[in-house]
Design a protein around this ligand. Structure first.
Ligand code: N5H
Length: 257
């Protein structure tokens, strides 16, 4: 896919370590010739990312601090990006958070605070970053976020995150309508279970991957690189006719009843 993103500048939000879905995406976008800008909330993640980039010989255009819980931080991050590169062509949103204690037991026990926190970081953040990124997408653009089947179906333990992903997928559609007039597309990928730092320690993860091996049409789990290549497709002009869509990268599991 070399050259598919030559001359394009893409912002990637959400690399925590080498197991991050956003890291799989980074490799795909880089191999296609994209210039990359990264945002991190924590200095610790930024340092880890710096090492990963060095190891793979990837030279970032910029590394910017961004806390998606704060509008001021988002505005400042995109102002900094504007100053450094002027125009961007893509944005990868690969962030989510929910309290660990609310990713088990009954959804009915979700606290108001935990509900709002999950919605804030996992769903509203896409709205806020789309608003800022749009201003820098003066040549059109493509925005891609990450979802999971728990948005569509009741999946044990996913609970408050399922409701947040439902809001995220719906936001993809409403945002696609808003920014479509500026030549900007908004889509989501719904990936099968992938062992990331965020997934670490959550209840029931192993059973989910075992079921995929048994029941998904392809009889195997997906990985970060497969999500990376699907994201590359959505970011590129190959997907110029696609917006407001959720593409499942899940070995076909979602079609099985
Ligand atoms: C049905 C499942 C298994 C149960 C649910 C898992 C949900 C995971 C998503 C959230 C984002 C995980 C999370 O926020 C964990 C945090 O409370 C603690 N972890 C952290 O703070 C780490 C250090 C950082 C890196 O995490 C974050 N979020 O920044 C779903 C699985 C089969 C599939 C899956 C794991 C889906 C998904 O949405 O990630």
């Amino acid at each position: 896919m070399a050259g598919l993103l030559e001359g394009k500048t893409i912002v990637v939000m959400g690399v925590a370590n080498e197991r991050s879905i956003a890291w799989g995406i980074t490799k795909s976008l880089h191999n296609a010739g994209a210039e990359l800008i990264f945002t991190n909330r924590q200095e610790r993640s930024a340092q880890k990312l710096q090492k990963l980039l060095e190891k793979d010989g990837i030279e970032p255009k910029a590394m910017v601090n961004c806390d998606v819980e704060s509008d001021e931080s988002i505005e400042a991050a995109f102002a900094e990006i504007k100053e450094k590169v002027g125009v961007i062509h893509g944005l990868v949103h690969s962030l989510a958070f929910a309290k660990k204690e609310e990713l088990q037991g009954e959804y009915a026990s979700t606290s108001r605070e935990g509900y709002l926190l999950a919605q804030n970081i996992s769903a509203y953040s896409l709205v806020a970053v789309t608003r800022e990124a749009r201003k820098l997408m003066t040549e059109g653009g493509s925005i891609v976020t990450q979802s999971y089947l728990g948005a569509e179906r009741v999946i044990q333990n996913y609970n408050v995150m399922g409701v947040a992903k439902a809001a995220l997928e719906s936001s993809v559609k409403y945002l696609a309508e808003d920014v479509g007039k500026d030549g900007i597309r908004v889509n989501a990928i719904s990936a099968g279970p992938i062992r990331t730092l965020a997934a670490k320690g959550v209840s029931g993860f192993n059973e989910k991957t075992a079921v995929i091996e048994e029941k998904a049409p392809l009889r195997r789990n997906v990985d970060q690189d497969q999500v990376g290549d699907a994201t590359l497709f959505l970011i590129s002009d190959m997907a110029r006719g696609i917006t407001g869509e959720v593409i499942h990268v899940d070995s076909g599991y979602h079609i099985i009843g």
